[in-house]
Ligand binder design. Structure first.
Ligand code: FAD
Length: 406
């Protein structure tokens, strides 16, 4: 089928050991288990709904054009490909609770607020476009971003200016911004639901998850656990910030706020073009609204700062005054895995594939990167990829690992 995921069933079944059950690990585990490979997955998290991976913290915006502000053409193309792949990937996933949590008695129970009807549900994936907004007085900051996107995006994909009447027709609760642009074709996915559904789907298809296990080293055909080495035909190293020192990856702090705002009318993600900080607002099921996110060069994963909380919530309130009585139900901090150039990499050699550096685009580009990983490992045909630039690096092409920043 044109546009379908590169079928991982093309090769004979293999013994595969996968390190890292984050976003990318789950995407690959789901596909490989379904294709009949013998798959063992290792992760330090205590279980499938434990929040360790950056994938849990993400807002789940699928914004190939908006992200061009800080990404290159390859990320854009991987994003477009992933937008094609997402609907096919989540088809067949098991339904999960709206909250993306299995047990009712976990430590983050407040995060459940807004999920009164926590019944099993297919993963929320929407492609209703997104909006860029700017206040009067912020025209300079807005013009810089809009012009940059218009210059980098192909014809027909650039931000489309809309007047305030059209804005109000799309999003009646937005009040305050003087300028708006529609980004057609952009989307969003509920990351909590998707993370849980991918793990449960992979497990249901036969993947064996070894929770609570740290992989100390990944090498061709071998993973090193605290209990000793594990051999496999193929090793997939998808440990994000845990892949040091074999990759020069660093963590970039991101903080995010979850609000409960029942009754708020919001249909698509918003980005406020602000002179001082980047702010986005993303609606979720059950009256939940996410406001994110900081981007700080630090590996401090401690709770959200007062400064970030104030900036994010003031900005959100300035375009959605109806948020005034919203309840702050959850805040989260995590580290985005980034390489020195902030671009993704796929390193392939016989018996080993490493993928890392998904930075702030993991949900946007994950499916296409997973597809490239399958091709690099010889587990899928390359036809589906022929039209795209190769991303595959040799182990020697990466810069030397660096010390983590404080
Ligand atoms: C605040 C915030 C907002 C974001 N918003 C968006 C967004 O809107 N859209 C978007 O596209 N992206 C977004 N992202 C980025 C996205 O979350 C990441 O790019 C993505 O999660 C990276 O996927 P990954 O699988 O490489 O890493 P992760 O999801 O971090 O997974 C890595 C996994 O490896 C495991 N691991 C670590 N060390 C070891 C070890 N030694 N042995 C075994 N396993 C190990 C970890 O436990 C984890 O499960 C956001 C990120 C943050 C922090």
């Amino acid at each position: 089928m044109p546009g379908a995921p590169a079928g991982p069933g093309a090769a004979r079944p293999q013994r595969i050991a996968l390190a890292g059950a984050g976003l990318l690990g789950r995407l690959l585990a789901w596909q490989l288990a379904r294709a009949g490979h013998q798959l063992d997955v290792y992760d330090p998290a205590p279980g499938p709904d434990a929040r360790g991976a950056a994938g849990w913290t993400a807002a789940g915006m699928l914004s190939p054009v908006s992200e061009l502000e800080c990404a290159d053409e390859n990320v854009y193309r991987l994003g477009l490909r992933s937008l094609q792949l997402w609907p096919m990937l989540i088809e067949g996933l098991p339904p999960v609770p709206l909250s993306g949590r299995l047990s009712a008695s976990d430590a983050a129970a407040p995060a459940r607020q807004g999920h009164a009807a926590d019944t099993p549900h297919p993963v929320d994936l929407h492609m209703r476009g997104s909006l860029l907004l700017a206040h009067r007085g912020d025209e300079g900051a807005a013009a810089r971003v809009v012009d940059l996107l218009a210059g980098k995006a192909p014809a027909g994909q650039a931000p489309r200016r809309i007047d305030l009447q059209a804005l109000s027709a799309l999003e009646p609760d937005i009040r305050g911004p003087a300028h708006a642009w529609l980004m057609e074709g952009e989307g969003q996915i509920d990351t909590w639901q998707a993370m849980l559904a991918l793990a449960l789907g992979a497990e249901g298809a036969g993947a064996r998850f070894h929770w609570g296990q740290v992989i100390e080293r990944a090498e061709p055909g071998r993973l090193h656990t605290a209990q000793g080495p594990v051999s496999a035909d193929l090793v997939l190293d998808l440990r994000g910030t845990g892949a040091r020192p074999q990759l020069p990856v660093r963590g970039v702090r991101g903080e995010i706020v979850h609000l409960h705002a029942p009754g708020l009318r919001l249909n698509r993600p918003l980005r406020l073009l602000h002179p001082r900080h980047r702010v986005y607002i993303v609606p979720r099921a059950g009256g939940r609204v996410l406001v994110g996110a900081s981007e700080i060069e630090s590996e401090d994963a401690s709770p959200i700062s007062l400064r970030t909380s104030v900036e994010l919530m003031a900005a959100a309130h300035s375009v959605l005054p109806a948020l005034a009585e919203a309840r702050v139900v959850f805040t989260d901090t995590n580290l985005r895995p980034a390489l020195p150039d902030n671009l993704p990499t796929l390193v392939s050699e016989p018996g080993l594939v490493r993928v890392n550096g998904l930075f702030r685009h993991g949900w946007l580009i994950g499916p296409a990167l997973a597809e490239q990983a399958l091709v690099a490992a010889g587990l899928a045909a390359s036809g589906a990829l022929a039209a795209r630039p190769a991303l595959i690096d040799s182990p020697d092409s990466l810069p030397a690992p660096q010390e983590a920043s404080a």
